[in-house]
Design a protein around this ligand. Structure first.
Ligand SMILES: O=C[C@H](O)COP(=O)(O)O
Length: 252
């Protein structure tokens, strides 16, 4: 049985206009297989408008991979929440490990962005995860807990109702080395416990996604775990058939 109801495609710095059309058509043609599963596509900024024009049915939403913490003004190269809203964006990925590593995004910056996004009524998808050395040193939970505490700092219960948490072990991203369902569930159960302790009923309902080499052939076993409510999909979201297979696994 699947416990998943949300599947998010993160195209990262991949894709083109042809892929937006192809993905929309494949999703439309297969939608009956995963009715009720919320599907979100996060293409690069430049393809958001194109993707918005090709979304053919209700259960697919548009997401962005990043946003500025500022509302407007002299911030060359940045994109605001209002700009995303104008395109129909409903979800924003924040604190992905690639941005934490390559753009040196801190937990504090992630928290500022999460405040802006949730205040505007969009959903913030907060990414957390440990690297290989941290796991091998048995520090997985202390790393995740610190990221949660700092990246969600200052959010009200109302804002927390617009948060999704994505657990993405860095050693499993793009490597083909997936966390086993039991390894993922162990961390998800701790995240759930922490959310309930800190945000009570709201925390009990926060969707928890797993990300890291989720493929058509391992999605079903991951999604059958009690606290895995869906997936954040990188590589396998660049192919319509593969992505639909993962959405089908979420439907169960
Ligand atoms: O945001 C998605 C994750 O980084 C997972 O990427 P992946 O499925 O290519 O391992």
């Amino acid at each position: 049985m699947s416990n998943a109801s949300l599947v998010i495609a993160n195209w990262k710095m991949n894709g083109n206009r042809a892929l937006t059309r192809n993905m929309s058509e494949v999703l439309r043609d297969n939608q009956a297989d995963f009715k009720g599963v919320n599907v979100v596509i996060c293409p690069p900024y430049t393809l958001l408008s194109e993707m918005a024009g090709h979304i053919y049915y209700d259960d697919v939403a548009l997401g962005a991979q990043n946003v500025s913490e500022y509302e407007s003004g002299a911030h060359t190269g940045e994109v605001s929440v209002a700009m995303l809203q104008e395109l129909g964006v409903e979800y924003v990925l924040l604190g992905h490990s690639e941005r934490r590593a390559e753009q040196h995004e801190s937990d504090q910056l992630v928290a500022a962005k999460a405040a802006t996004v949730t205040q505007a009524g969009l959903t913030a998808v907060i990414c957390v995860g440990e690297d290989k050395a941290q796991r091998e040193a048995d520090n997985t939970w202390s790393v995740i807990q610190a990221q949660l505490e700092k990246s969600l700092a200052g959010l009200s219960a109302k804002q927390m109702a617009r948060v999704v948490v994505a657990y993405e072990p860095i050693w499993a991203i793009g490597t083909g080395e997936t966390a086993s369902p039991a390894q993922a569930q162990e961390v998800h159960a701790k995240i759930r416990g922490w959310l309930v302790e800190n945000y009570q009923q709201v925390g009990a309902k926060t969707p928890l996604l797993y990300g890291g080499s989720v493929k058509a052939n391992n999605a079903e076993s991951l999604f059958s775990e009690a606290d895995i409510n869906g997936g954040l999909i990188g590589g396998a979201s660049l192919n319509g058939e593969d992505f639909c297979a993962i959405c089908r696994a979420a439907k169960g």
